[in-house]
Ligand binder design. Structure first.
Ligand SMILES: NC(=O)c1ccc[n+]([C@@H]2O[C@H](COP(=O)([O-])OP(=O)(O)OC[C@H]3O[C@@H](n4cnc5c(N)ncnc54)[C@H](O)[C@@H]3O)[C@@H](O)[C@H]2O)c1
Length: 315
């Protein structure tokens, strides 16, 4: 879709950790009037933004279709999902929302020809991958969330090759941001730690200190999303989920970096069940293909990310 075509955008799961930041970026780029934000929850948070908000359960195909028709939507950012730790608590619901929700969007795209963005995750990888995960590393996840993400990637590739659906996906690493608390993922500690460091100078981390996971600052993730959606279709060889380059640091390295900026901050490490999921994921992801095919590079390193998080949360 070239810059000259007017965007009429619908976002599902818009009130989540990524949704709120993406709405802001889309609004700055295309104007608030071009966006219909939806979520299963209600909100009055968007009232002053000029962005239209409507309640929508992505399992409600009829309502989703009526919104696509009413607003002549030509681009959907499908973010509604149940994440890893929440998914393990209710695997059936996780499968239903993550798979049936995506299928509803794919089927409607077949009919109305809109472009789709839907995120995959580093949770597609399992313990057979080793430290560095490549684009074509094996996909043997150990969580139901990871299973839905692998199935989501496969069904996206299928709808693209068989039905010509223009779908694009990214394997987001753990995302670190300050506007909205994360919604039940395994990498949530890397956000909680900043909130607690600022409010009480103490944090009990739910993974071991030597746990190293692929991470990214939200601004880089949003930039990657917009860049991928602007890329010429013919440049893209992957439809399910591109690996992205990632920051990689241990939980202890993160806490030490925060200590440099907030003297007196103390972090204890008391792993819970989420350690098990973390143990099966790689330390780092190789994002060579994203750079080659649509030019993505990270802008934030660990130091800059920590500075930004602390500055923003302290305001
Ligand atoms: N945040 C991360 O670190 C991360 C990492 C990798 C992938 N992702 C993926 O990015 C996407 C968005 O993640 P997020 O972090 O914003 O999640 P989140 O949990 O913060 O937000 C998800 C949103 O979906 C909504 N939702 C749940 N069920 C719904 C339904 N049936 N219909 C409509 N809305 C519903 C929730 O109310 C919530 O606002 C997901 O696909 C997730 O798997 C996130």
């Amino acid at each position: 879709m070239g810059e000259t075509i007017e965007r009429r955008i619908l976002v599902t799961g818009a009130l989540g950790q990524i949704g709120i930041e993406l709405l802001n970026a889309l609004s700055n780029k295309f104007g608030p009037e071009s966006i219909v934000a939806t979520d299963i929850r209600e909100t009055d948070k968007l009232e002053d933004t000029g962005i239209r908000f409507l309640k929508l359960d992505v399992l409600d195909l009829e309502k989703l279709e009526s919104l696509i028709k009413e607003f002549k939507i030509n681009e959907v950012y499908h973010l509604a999902a149940i994440l890893s730790a929440a998914g393990e608590k209710n695997p059936e619901l996780c499968w239903k929302i993550n798979m049936d929700g995506l299928l509803n969007v794919l089927e409607l795209s077949r009919k109305y020809k809109f472009r789709i963005f839907t995120p995959s995750s580093i949770a597609v990888f399992g313990s057979d991958v080793g430290n560095l995960a490549f684009q074509n590393s094996p996909l043997n996840p150990s969580t139901i969330y990871g299973v839905t993400k692998v199935a989501g990637e496969l069904i996206s590739e299928y709808y693209h090759s068989v039905h010509g659906v223009d779908i694009r996906g990214l394997r987001y690493p753990g995302l670190i941001s300050w506007k909205v608390m994360p919604g039940g993922g395994t990498t949530d500690y890397a956000v909680e730690i900043f909130h607690e460091a600022i409010s009480s100078k103490k944090y009990t981390c739910f993974v071991e200190k030597d746990t190293r996971l692929p991470m990214m600052y939200m601004d880089d993730a949003i930039r990657a999303t917009l860049q991928l959606m602007d890329a010429p279709s013919e440049n893209l060889t992957i439809r399910g989920g591109y690996n992205l380059p990632s920051l990689n640091f241990t939980a202890e390295e993160l806490s030490q970096k925060i200590q440099e900026k907030i003297p007196g901050f103390e972090c204890a490490f008391v792993p819970d069940h989420r350690q098990e999921y973390a143990n099966t994921w790689p330390d780092e992801t190789d994002g060579t293909l994203s750079e080659l095919e649509w030019g993505f590079k990270l802008e934030y390193d660990l130091d800059l990310m920590c500075t930004k998080m602390i500055e923003s949360l302290s305001k």
